[in-house]
Design a protein around this ligand. Structure first.
Ligand code: CMC
Length: 445
């Protein structure tokens, strides 16, 4: 088994000559030996607690900053093989989903575990389409932001605010409430995103058009002006749908872990998803697509690439849109996006930054620094070029990631709520402070 992949149950068990799924360890401090059960390619960290130097010792802990080698849950939703560059949702390769499916069908697959029948899909799409409106007070709430507020900040606040409109969502074990929260969240996210965009421009908000498909309705809420009916270009709609399939879920990444971690307190799913939006906002996660465009703007010309890469190698900055915690090969999502770039440019005209990006990728993939560290383009390297061609400002790019990731967050949240092994997330620490010491009154300091 390679290291850079999701752990697949059973794959790594019983491999040793003894044929026993056991890890034998000797504690050289005491000379005692222990046997730790190996299950699904992992040992339980809490098993280490039996390893003690004395009766009152707390027991051994594992130290794993940033969870580099710790599985925090069992999950049947998404599989990644980082070495091969493979991604499956509920067992189906992402390439097949992008070719044959729609974003809403993939959302159903993530949440319910199976592809829907025609009737199930129709009902699902109907339920989502008829929950796209938000309460009028949400509109007033968004109006309260400054004209130049970052749309991710507005999205974060308005998703959190949704929990106050649907207080029954806190009944997290109630299947009906859970379904309603899932529908509402997927349905309203594009509306909140479009309101944030129009707010920045000082334009009136456009209400959802329920005659349109999910991506077409989003384009209408973003770009409709004086026309009676907005008619989305089907090629753009399809490109957006594929982009959203690609972003729908990605197992235990930073934002998903935030949703699970916050959700483990038993809070309602709107509040848990708001935590996911906050995590996604960061430049090392979903914020990278915005950072890529800003980086390309700074590099400006192909002949500036070597100088820019020299700075990256000196550690002055990062090549945004490159590298991944799990993928040590080409991110399959980046490969698919690259193919769709041309389809979008056919409608919008070619984005001249594409040549710069392609050249930057070539230079990096030819350079030992990136080759040795297995740094390849990730999903964010090319997605921004499409968003820019759609005339979106860079600040909206991460919002475009948050809209589809909502289905993944909700699927992961539901799996967590139903998992009898899960408890409130509460890591341990290695205390490095001093004490105990006495409080010093102010006049003696
Ligand atoms: N540019 C230059 N060097 C890099 C980069 C990069 N983009 N990414 C990693 N490295 C170097 C890093 O300096 C380190 O080198 P050394 O071993 O000499 O110290 C080595 O590669 C390993 O990096 P790391 O930081 O230990 O890797 P990580 O798994 O902690 O970080 C990452 C993963 C995605 C945060 C990182 O690759 C990165 O910052 N990339 C740029 C931001 C980006 O594109 N993020 C989007 C990720 S994909 C979409 C998503 O999931 O949000």
């Amino acid at each position: 088994m390679t290291t850079e992949q999701s752990i697949k149950p059973g794959q790594a068990d019983g491999a040793g000559p003894g044929g026993r799924d056991v890890l034998s360890v000797t504690d050289e401090r005491t000379g005692r030996q222990y046997e730790l059960a190996i299950e699904d390619g992992a040992i339980r960290a809490s098993e280490l607690r039996q390893i003690k130097v004395s009766e009152d010792d707390f027991g051994l802990m594992s130290y794993d900053p940033a969870f580099l080698n710790t599985a925090s849950c069992r999950s049947a939703i998404t599989w990644i093989d980082g070495d091969k560059g493979e991604l499956w949702h509920r067992g189906i390769p992402i390439e097949q989903l992008c070719e044959h499916s729609s974003y809403l069908e993939v959302a159903y697959l993530l949440i319910f575990g199976e592809l829907p029948t025609k009737e199930q899909l129709d009902a699902w799409v109907f339920d989502i389409t008829t929950h796209t409106f938000v309460h009028e007070n949400i509109k007033k709430f968004v109006e309260g932001f400054r004209y130049d507020a970052h749309p991710m900040g507005m999205l974060l606040a308005s998703v959190g605010a949704l929990s106050t409109f649907y207080p029954d969502a806190k009944k997290i074990k109630d299947q009906h409430e859970r379904y309603m929260a899932t529908i509402r969240m997927i349905a309203k996210m594009p509306t909140l995103a479009a309101f944030a965009y129009r707010h920045n421009l000082g334009l009136p908000y456009v209400y959802p058009d329920n005659d349109l498909a999910y991506p077409g309705n989003f384009l209408s809420m973003m770009f409709k002006m004086t026309e009676i009916k907005y008619e989305p270009d089907p090629r753009l709609e399809r490109a957006l749908d594929v982009l959203w399939i690609l972003h729908a879920d990605h197992e235990q990444n930073c934002s998903t872990s935030a949703v699970r971690g916050v959700g483990s307190s038993g809070v309602d799913p709107y509040s848990a998803v708001a935590a996911g939006v906050a995590a996604l906002y960061g430049p090392l996660h979903g914020g990278a697509n915005e950072a890529v465009l800003r980086m390309l703007d700074r590099i400006e010309r192909i002949d500036n690439i070597p100088g820019f890469l020299a700075g990256v190698k000196e550690g002055k900055e990062r090549l945004m849109g490159f590298g991944h915690r799990v993928y040590k090969n080409y991110d399959p999502r980046a490969r698919i996006i690259k193919k769709h770039v041309d389809a979008v440019f056919e409608v919008t005209g070619r984005n001249p930054k594409l040549d710069l990006a392609v050249e930057l990728e070539k230079h990096a993939l030819d350079d030992d620094y990136f080759v040795d560290r297995k740094l390849y383009p990730n999903v964010d390297f090319y997605s921004g070029l499409i968003y820019e061609a759609l005339k979106l400002p860079p600040a909206m790019f991460t919002v475009m990631f948050a809209i589809p990731r909502t289905s993944g967050w909700m699927a992961q949240w539901q799996e967590m709520v139903d998992d009898s092994e899960q408890k409130i997330a509460r890591p341990r620490q290695l205390y490095t402070g001093g004490g105990p010491r006495d409080y010093v009154p102010m006049d003696q300091r």
